[in-house]
Design a protein around this ligand. Structure first.
Ligand code: GCW
Length: 782
């Protein structure tokens, strides 16, 4: 019982050696008895066998035997016993009493899988926590210790399968030379009940199979898939199956031969069937060369348009893997209508743990509240009773066998797995929801926080406030009212880039112009997307009266002066939420600081540094969005903030020596659209201003650009005295000065007298020209 032994020393520090003893027969003393029902029956002959357990479900009961007390944890399967043991460890760590613990739990759905978007060269698509733990240099990593630890981590929250390579799949993965490598991963997963799954390339029969076709109806292609499956299962008998992304974002698929997604899925599913494998077919199929000029075109329609008509056509071991929303993991989307439409096909919800569009693990953003909104949303499908997404994907509504939950995690080699300490709450939360989607976001957060930080009430309360608010806070300072990505859509999806989504074929349009904003998806005048929902849901979204404000711009195009339900206008809402969001993050910084000494130093400092960075980047977001909408709409912020920065001195307005003024692209990602850079690469520059304000103590915010093509360094001098210096060595995702790299350094508590010269010096390095945006000077309150 590896997990128990690994877990006990921390959980029960005072029990000593006794707790570390395991035996295979009943000892003549009180004991914890772990085993499958069959194993327990042998030890306790008269025992009343639990009959209410599904596969992977477990039960804990108290039994008296031969005068001794036994806590029995059992299941039909080894895996279920393991999950029961992890529940025991959780209870011990949370100081919950065990003496009367009688409980059984069954997982909500059989599919509880992680997808990793890892490439064979060790990089990870949309990964923010270092290199792959699975792959390096084109092969499975030589040291699989982390893989085993990851499997344990997954098992601790009930995850039972993991796909280890990018859905943009390298076809080599299932070729013969790779199978012994995959076998090693399967062996590292197996003790933890995690099945290995891999992503495949639909054109494999041609790319690696020596055929001139990958037509799913070609018997030679069928034979190819059959032989692949046979060979894999010979090596890995408990192999889980394949994930397939076809006909999407340039991946080849059945359309090459005029075949359907069902043809494509079934040819592979049939090859897997004799071995018990599943084929996860991604519902994320859309045309990324759509004509943006056609107002009827709509990427949101794609999943339904592609799959709804094929219900009944898929074999039983096909699972359609559907992203939570109809677009692509945006900060706010409605539930995908496809969930309510498939009645004869197993389906799984795909959630994104890796924070591609929600701050990339540099920003704190606890996603469980967002997932809960989707999971609890009733699509009013054609069935009696409630049909929330969680019941649909679990297969409970239309009685489909292989439903469930798939999370894109993208953990990496960073010691804390996800880069940001707080991001682990998302991975933990995904597993807990996949096991039981009825748990609340608050319950999950409370468990995670206590398991992570211990029982100090002040710590728990602070972490709770931040985590539970964080998704809405992120939404506040990034994207308003369901408008979708205001981020750099055709690039790294991180900082602001308001227009990047427009006038291209990717279809993440928000259609903001000088008059208004939003996608008209109504059936009356728009793209008709709303018509993909059941009548009840469609009726609610179609009408401006009943459409919830937070999704207004997802469904409707409205003028900036349009009034939301509380009476404020869309444009004022944009200003207000962006200012509020940035202020909320700033507040987290002081809340977190109040925990000094209550959280271990390393995590305290790491989280503090991330929150301070986030507070700065939230200002970048706030200013970009507000500047852009102010310019477009011409409607001022009635609170006078947007476009007016009283304490700010633009770098281009300072006295420059060795620095030159440049335009930043996109313009809204620099204050006033401009910044300064060193004239000469590897040269130095200085920007100087004379303090005209009062005598006092001040904080100086230096807004600069920390690109990834060099490590420039900065110094701040006040009347010739150095008050701070630092290297621009952060790892931010661009080698240009823009909204991804704009960041700030705060020099606290600087004494300024009227007439003091404030000078910022930059030394360029390689491609990084020590770019400066502005200096902001505010009175120090601390
Ligand atoms: O969210 C988008 C990402 C792509 C990803 C794709 C998908 C793996 O930007 O990086 O590709 O979705 O889900 O297939």
């Amino acid at each position: 019982m590896k997990p128990l032994l690994l877990g006990l020393p921390r959980a029960l520090p005072v029990t000593g050696a006794g707790a570390k003893r395991t035996e295979s027969a009943l000892p003549g003393e009180n004991a914890v008895l772990l085993g499958t029902i069959e194993q327990i029956k042998l030890q306790l002959p008269g025992w009343e066998v639990p009959t209410n357990l599904s596969e992977d479900g477990w039960c804990a009961t108290q039994v008296r035997h031969a005068g001794h007390h036994c806590l029995v944890i059992t299941s039909q399967t080894d895996r279920g016993v393991l999950y029961g043991v992890f529940e025991l460890l959780r209870k011990i760590t949370l100081n919950q009493p065990l003496a009367r613990w009688n409980e059984h739990q069954n997982p909500c759905a059989p599919v509880r899988m992680i997808n990793q978007w890892d490439n064979l060269d060790g990089s990870i698509e949309r990964g923010y926590a270092g290199k792959s733990i699975f792959w390096e240099n084109g092969h499975i990593a030589s040291d699989l210790t982390r893989v085993g630890n990851y499997a344990r981590l997954m098992a601790s929250v009930g995850i039972n399968a993991c796909a280890i390579n990018n859905v943009n799949a390298d076809p080599r993965v299932i070729t013969t030379p790779y199978l012994p490598e995959l076998k090693k991963v399967a062996a590292a997963f197996r003790p933890w009940g995690v099945r290995l799954v891999v992503c495949i390339d639909f054109s494999s029969p041609k790319k690696t199979g020596g055929l001139d076709s990958f037509d799913p109806l070609d018997p030679r292609v069928q034979e190819f898939w059959k032989s692949r499956a046979e060979e894999i299962y010979t090596q890995i008998p408990d192999f889980g199956g394949f994930v397939l992304k076809a006909d999407s974002e340039g991946r080849l698929g059945p359309s090459a031969y005029g075949r359907t997604h069902a043809d494509a899925a079934n040819v592979i599913a049939r090859a897997l069937k004799p071995h018990g494998g599943l084929l996860f077919y991604r519902g994320f199929v859309y045309d990324h060369h759509m004509d943006w000029r056609n107002p009827k075109n709509d990427r949101a329609r794609a999943a339904y348009d592609n799959f709804a008509g094929l219900d009944r056509k898929f074999d039983q071991n096909v699972v359609i893997q559907i992203k939570n929303g109809p677009i692509d993991f945006q900060v706010r989307e409605p539930a995908s209508p496809l969930f309510g439409t498939l009645e004869k096909t197993s389906e799984a919800i795909e959630l994104q743990i890796t924070q591609e569009y929600t701050g990339q693990q540099r920003h704190l953003c606890y996603l469980v509240p967002m997932w809960k909104e989707t999971l609890d949303f009733d699509l009013h499908a054609r069935a009696a009773g409630g049909t929330p997404v969680k019941a649909l994907v679990a297969g409970n509504v239309f009685h489909q066998p292989h439903g469930g939950f798939i999370g894109v995690a993208n953990v990496g080699r960073d010691t804390n797995w996800l880069g940001h300490h707080m991001a682990m709450a998302n991975l933990y939360g995904f597993g807990r929801l996949a096991w039981n989607p009825d748990l609340s976001a608050g319950q999950i957060e409370a468990e995670w926080a206590e398991l992570t930080f211990g029982s100090d009430r002040k710590v728990l309360e602070t972490v709770k406030q931040m985590q539970l608010a964080s998704w809405r806070v992120y939404e506040n300072y990034t994207g308003p009212l369901g408008a979708g990505g205001l981020t750099d859509i055709i690039g790294v999806h991180y900082g602001p880039g308001i227009e990047s989504s427009e006038r291209n074929g990717w279809g993440q349009w928000h259609r903001a112009d000088q008059q208004g904003i939003g996608m008209d998806r109504t059936t009356a005048t728009g793209t008709g997307f709303i018509g993909q929902y059941s009548l009840v849901v469609a009726g609610r979204y179609e009408s401006l009266k009943t459409c919830p404000d937070e999704l207004l711009l997802f469904f409707h195009h409205v003028p900036y002066g349009y009034r939301l339900h509380p009476g404020n206008t869309v444009i004022q809402h944009i200003y207000d939420t962006h200012y509020r969001g940035a202020a909320e993050v700033l507040d987290w910084v002081s809340q977190w600081k109040s925990l000094k000494g209550r959280v271990d130093d390393q995590r305290f400092e790491d989280v503090l540094a991330s929150l301070e960075y986030q507070a700065g980047h939230a200002v970048v977001w706030r200013d970009a969005v507000c500047q852009w909408f102010l310019k477009q709409s011409g409607i001022p912020d009635k609170r006078g903030r947007a476009g007016h920065y009283t304490n700010r001195i633009e770098a281009e307005a300072m006295k420059l020596d060795g620095y030159e003024s440049i335009a930043i692209n996109p313009w809204e990602t620099a204050s006033g659209g401009r910044a300064v850079q060193c004239v000469v690469s590897n040269g130095t520059g200085s920007a100087t201003v004379t303090w005209q304000g009062k005598l006092g103590w001040f904080n100086l915010h230096v807004q600069y650009f920390d690109e990834n093509d060099g490590i420039s360094c900065f110094r701040v001098l006040v009347s010739g005295q150095v008050v701070d210096q630092w290297d621009a060595a952060d790892v931010l995702p661009s080698n240009l000065p823009n909204g991804h790299t704009s960041t700030r350094r705060t020099v606290r508590g600087v004494a300024l007298r009227p007439g003091d010269e404030i000078q910022i010096e930059g030394r360029a390095d390689a491609g990084e020209r020590a770019c400066l945006d502005y200096l902001e000077i505010e009175p120090a309150h601390e």
